[in-house]
Design a protein around this ligand. Structure first.
Ligand code: NAI
Length: 283
């Protein structure tokens, strides 16, 4: 299956990163979000990342311009009519994703693969919103996308082998490492990571230690590059809550119950780095 032109749905933290690495690997990319200003914000982040690479002499100004030229703006799902692969990176919500997939299914050509960057939601259920479940697959990038090597690849119940192989090859083309995992809530990465983050939030909630102390213990004690509360701010507290809810609903076990403090922060709109405030504050 030959893939030349891609569409990325959602120009937030993940969508902009995915658009950047795809354009850097030579693909034509359409970057889509609900409003033009959101697409422009995503493009601004890409521009800044590329400029940093120019400063570090990893890219020339000419290469940067070529990469940016490969990315076009879109605010209409109708633009999926001539793409070979869609990678959806909109908000972590099943209703939103099912609506997007069912809409794309009606517009995109029959050969088009529909991938989702979901962190935790069942691929099989998203695939069921389409009439092409064999062409639906999970392609779970890590944050920040330009830096992190791993892509978890998740087959839905009906995903075709050929589709899996195509996505595996594309992952290599993006200079990433694919790892195949099965379709269970949270896959592997977030099944293991998110309960740890949630537990760190509980230790803060119960007054066991300050946020700085909790992060310091995990950084120095476990050799983690950043503490769990800082990491939660980077991921986005809304995304952390959605993932915990998916684990809680999917396994029904109380050990996955989201911490009330996490719910409170999300209700306050303190979503972490992307809104300037989470457990810490950001410029
Ligand atoms: P974000 O909040 O930064 O960006 C989401 C973007 O999607 C927003 O710009 C929003 O306007 C857009 N959007 C919402 N509904 C849309 C629609 N119907 N059509 C087009 N665009 C729409 O969120 P983030 O962090 O980029 O997460 C996106 C997805 O990636 C989620 O499914 C999340 O679980 C997943 N993910 C997140 C990671 C993280 O560390 N934040 C890591 C790996 C996956």
């Amino acid at each position: 299956m030959e893939v030349k032109k891609l569409m990325i749905i959602g120009a937030g933290q993940m969508g902009s990163g995915i658009a950047q690495v795809c354009a850097q690997a030579g693909y034509e990319v359409l970057l889509n979000d609900l409003k033009d200003e959101l697409v422009r914000r995503g493009l601004g982040v890409i521009e800044k990342n590329l400029s940093r690479q120019v400063q570090k002499e990893r890219l020339t100004d000419g290469e940067k311009a070529e990469i940016l030229q490969r990315i076009s703006k879109s605010t209409n799902l109708q633009d999926a009519q001539d793409v070979d692969l869609v990678i959806e990176a909109a908000v972590e919500n099943m209703d939103v994703k099912c609506k997007i997939f069912s809409h794309l299914d009606r517009i995109a050509p029959a050969h088009t693969i529909l991938a989702t960057n979901t962190s935790s939601l069942p691929i099989t259920e998203i695939a069921a919103a389409t009439n092409r479940p064999e062409k639906v697959i999970g392609m779970h990038f890590m944050n920040p996308v330009p830096v992190m090597k791993l892509v978890e690849i998740i087959r839905g119940l009906a995903t075709a082998d050929e589709v899996y192989q195509t996505i595996e090859e594309i992952t290599h083309t993006l200079s990433k490492v694919p790892v195949e995992v099965n379709d269970f809530p949270g896959f592997v990465a977030n099944r293991v990571l998110m309960p740890m983050i949630n537990e760190a939030i509980y230790t803060l909630y119960e007054g066991v230690a300050t946020k700085e102390a909790i992060d310091e213990v995990m950084k120095l004690g476990m050799n983690h590059p950043m503490g769990p509360l800082t990491l939660a701010d980077f991921i986005g507290l809304d995304t952390c809550l959605y993932i915990m809810e998916t684990l809680h609903d999917g396994f029904g076990d109380d050990k996955y119950r989201p911490c009330p403090l996490l719910r409170k922060y999300v209700k306050a709109g303190w979503l972490g780095k992307k809104t300037g405030r989470g457990f810490y504050t950001y410029d």
